[in-house]
Design a protein around this ligand. Structure first.
Ligand code: ADP
Ligand code: MG
Length: 359
């Protein structure tokens, strides 16, 4: 174990363009942004106006602010590339997308084809491009391993080894803690990836298992948290004492919107309660970490949900963390947008530190 890197949680805000439906409905855009892409000395700002003018506009400062016309490639440059760089250096990292359903979490993390590729496919491409370059010019050798799971209704599902009938899985996979390796998901499939294509296939298959179940269980993807993890292990063929390993978690959280009382019953209601359990547990952990950063000694309730337990080391432990909060510009989403901005604003204060994983 060697160097240490300390930083605050990096918070980035992205607002998507108005949808066709919002335009057709004549929805007013209530988000104004001063953009900043994370360069030294830049100061981004988000101003949110109350469409009913009851409240003063909310003003928030963030280091990274992406307006509606910012390209996927820029999001990668400001958020994805630096995280991958740190992973190569041996620091664990996490990027998580937070926001209400329809605000652009999956578009940002996964995206679509071509220029619309999101952070995950771009990390994948750059990962193998850099490995090829490093392997051709040095005696470094790399092993990449991937896992992909989702937390749905407080149950962990392995997306790389899906079960045909989820209801037979019982409580799902369990979270364990290893004295050296830390917190992990027991029996989670880890697949060695030797090239870009392999990771693409894993992602495609994993996303398909999410999609399949969404027809069975009310739109699982907006109600579940998905976590794609890339582990990089570096060895030096000549200097065998050098051994660097780190993982990067790429997290697409469930929609942050409050459950509405209308029509929710049975399974849906239970889901709502459990999703709220994970997301409100995340909120409570963030609050406690902010108090800790302010010098108070408080208990951090990581064990209150699967999500916070899995993310424990990313939030308060050995990991560098980026929170990417996504916003809708529409007046009808004012309250959810305000709540996302407040959440993101609080998270700015959290201090994280990561130790280089090197032997
Ligand atoms: P979420 O995952 O938060 O529920 P999505 O990523 O599925 O939301 O986005 C909702 C819709 O908005 C999708 O059709 C998506 O393609 C579109 N969208 C989201 N963000 C952007 C953006 N920055 N630019 C263009 N379209 C976007
Ligand atoms: Mg989504």
């Amino acid at each position: 174990m060697g160097d240490k890197a300390s930083d605050c949680v990096k918070v980035a805000i992205r607002c998507r363009p108005p949808s066709t439906k919002e335009i057709n409905n004549g929805e007013e855009s209530i988000v104004e942004m001063t953009e900043a892409f994370g360069e030294e000395g830049e100061a981004g700002q988000v101003v949110l106006s109350d469409p009913n003018a009851h409240d003063e506009p909310g003003k928030f400062a963030f280091d990274i602010v992406f307006g509606l016309s910012v390209a996927q490639s820029q999001i990668y440059e400001s958020v994805g590339r630096p995280a991958l760089q740190k992973t190569f250096e041996g620091y664990n990292g996490t990027i998580f997308a937070y926001g209400q359903t329809g605000s652009g979490k999956s578009f940002t993390m996964t995206g679509a084809a071509g220029d619309l590729r999101g952070i995950i496919p771009r990390v994948n491409e750059e990962l193998f491009a850099q490995i090829a370059e490093k392997q051709s010019s040095s005696t470094c050798r790399f092993l990449v391993m991937c896992s992909f799971f989702e937390i749905y209704n407080e149950i962990i599902f392995d997306l790389l080894n899906p079960v045909a009938d989820r209801t037979k899985l019982g409580g799902g996979l369990q979270i364990k803690e290893h004295p050296v390796m830390g917190i992990y998901v027991k029996d989670l499939t880890e697949i060695v990836a030797e090239d870009v294509g392999k990771v693409e296939t894993l992602l495609e298959n994993g996303n398909k298992s999410r999609a399949v179940s969404s027809t069975l269980m009310n739109s699982v993807s907006s109600r579940s948290h998905s976590i794609f993890t890339i582990k990089i292990h570096q060895k030096d063929e000549e200097d065998t004492s050098r051994n660097v390993f780190a993982k990067l978690n790429l997290v697409d959280l469930a929609g942050s919107e409050r459950q509405k009382g209308t029509g929710a019953s049975g399974q849906t209601l239970k889901e709502g309660a459990n999703i709220n359990k994970s997301l409100s547990a995340l909120g409570n952990v963030i609050n406690a970490l902010v108090e800790t950063a302010n010098g108070k000694k408080v208990f951090i309730p990581y064990r209150n949900s699967k999500l916070t337990r899995v993310l424990q080391e990313s939030l308060g432990g050995n990991s560098l963390c980026t929170m990417l909060a996504t916003l809708s510009p529409a007046a009808c989403n004012y309250e959810e947008t305000m709540s996302t901005l407040r959440y993101a604003n609080r998270a700015k204060a959290i201090k994280v530190s990561a130790t280089k994983n090197e032997e």
